[in-house]
Design a protein around this ligand. Structure first.
Ligand code: FES
Ligand code: FE
Length: 459
């Protein structure tokens, strides 16, 4: 079968017709172009500062198909280095996480300092075996340091990086989607930031195209039927309540031009009533109730949002309520991805709260999580059944709710399209198309629609 041209983006992603070619989910040429055009340019989630709290701590992450090392230097600054020796490409670090100032390549022994104090720049080449005898002291070490991401940004503990020096700032990239990210990253009492990763990171392989996952989490409320069995079993925080606590937003909000979206509520000025969710664990229940009361007092009538799950283009999703997590979808090939999940809790949460959150997370998400297993089965079989020459003649259908989006009061550039819609999926693939057409940094100029009772120029 002839490979599709990467230049036929409008034909592959036809948002006027509401159709998307299966080629973008299975084809090797498109996959290779995605690595160059999306993953070598977009802001990507790298990790969380709580994984590298001390100087010289490191955490090995990924940007697209490539391994990177997230490190913290002696001044507390955070760097992202390509995990590939500049001599013959060997991985200089094969651990997941640790503390180290110098990475010595296991192949021939070149060593690289991650700390700017030991070298002119983080990642600099500081040691070369037989430098005098074999290289005659002529090798220019300054030129052969590890490749460093030129753009790194921190946001409320999360670390992001881009390989594109011309990328817009992270906050412009996020737009008002930032408010929904805040919901996951802020403390439960409404104080800004202050969340941390509980325990380790779950990593596992799924035999599907990487886009199935962020598309699912950006606002697919249509697939509830997939989770019928887990709803019947009841794996919620206290058991016997479906699969979640029951404060469940019932609309989808997306950001055209930015490619992000969420299942959430538009901004509102009061807090929903507390819903007991941890009744089997009195200590945990008391803590959640107490932070809820603090949240009500602290936020007063300031606008706030709530959400359950959302996606930040291209490959990061997050759950803001229990199980409160960050997920990342690292591409491996057109039909394989590695999925990572980080469990988040308030940094000052008691051990009992962390333990119950972690247990709930494990039975909900991850390779053995009952809800996530349903999703992975869908993505895997859909990928497999889309590969064949006959299947590839037929595009996927994304026509649900076309033409019914409306602006969201209180948010710049956002649209809402009801509970069950493919609006957010179309927004995601619209952004995919802008990257693939080499126009990633022309962002929409968006007016913020006032909330009810606000004057037009407020806020
Ligand atoms: Fe690293 Fe040769 S590959 S020193
Ligand atoms: Fe699901």
């Amino acid at each position: 079968m002839a490979s599709p041209s990467v230049h036929d983006v409008d034909a592959m992603v036809d948002l006027q017709a509401g159709t998307i070619s299966r080629d973008i989910f299975v084809d090797a040429t498109i996959f290779a172009a995605e690595q160059e055009k999306i993953f070598a340019r977009a802001w990507l989630f790298i990790g969380h500062e709580s994984l590298i709290p001390n100087p010289d701590d490191f955490f090995v992450s990924r940007m697209g198909t490539e391994s990177v090392i997230l490190t913290r230097d002696r001044e507390g600054r955070v760097h992202v280095l390509l995990n590939s020796c500049t001599h013959r490409g060997m991985k200089v670090c094969r651990y997941d996480r640790g503390n180290n100032r110098v990475f010595t390549c296991p192949y021939h022994g070149w060593s690289f300092a991650t700390d700017g104090k030991l070298a002119s720049t983080p990642g600099a080449l500081v040691g070369v075996p037989h430098f005098d005898k074999a290289y005659h002291a002529e090798l220019d070490k300054e030129k052969w340091g590890l490749v460093r991401a030129p753009r790194v940004a921190l946001y409320k503990g999360t670390v992001w990086a881009s390989w594109d020096p011309d990328a817009v700032d992270l906050l412009d990239y996020l737009g008002d989607m930032k408010l929904y990210l805040d919901f996951a990253l802020d403390r439960r009492d409404g104080s800004p930031g202050g969340s941390r990763v509980v325990a380790g990171v779950q990593r596992w392989k799924v035999n599907c195209n990487w886009k199935f996952a962020p598309e699912n989490f950006i606002g697919d409320m249509y697939h509830d039927i997939s989770h019928r069995s887990v709803d019947l079993v009841g794996i919620g925080p206290s058991g016997g309540r479906g699969r979640r606590d029951n404060l469940r937003p019932r609309t989808t909000i997306g950001f055209p031009g930015l490619g992000h979206g969420v299942i959430g509520e538009p901004p509102h000025t009061s807090e929903p009533n507390y819903v007991p969710a941890w009744t089997l664990y009195p200590e945990v229940e008391a803590w959640y109730r107490e932070v809820h009361d603090r949240r009500v007092a602290q936020l007063g009538d300031t606008p706030r949002v709530t959400m359950s799950v959302g996606t930040i283009f291209p490959n990061m999703s997050f759950h803001g309520r229990q199980p409160r997590t960050i997920a990342v979808f690292h591409p491996i090939s057109p039909t394989e991805m590695e999925m990572w999940r980080f469990c988040l809790e308030d940094a000052d949460a008691p051990d009992a709260v962390n333990d119950t959150a972690r247990h709930y997370f494990l039975r909900y998400s991850g390779p053995a999580g009952m809800t996530e297993s349903d999703d992975m089965e869908n993505w895997t079989y859909a990928t497999d059944a889309s590969r064949g020459p006959i299947a590839r003649r037929m595009p996927y259908n994304y026509q649900m709710g076309m033409g019914h989006a409306r602006p969201v009061p209180g948010l710049a550039g956002a649209v809402e399209n009801g509970e069950i819609t493919e609006e957010n999926a179309r927004i995601f693939y619209g952004r995919w198309a802008s990257f693939m057409k080499d126009d990633p940094w022309t962002l929409p100029v968006s007016e913020r629609v006032p909330m009810p009772g606000e004057t037009a120029d407020a806020g």
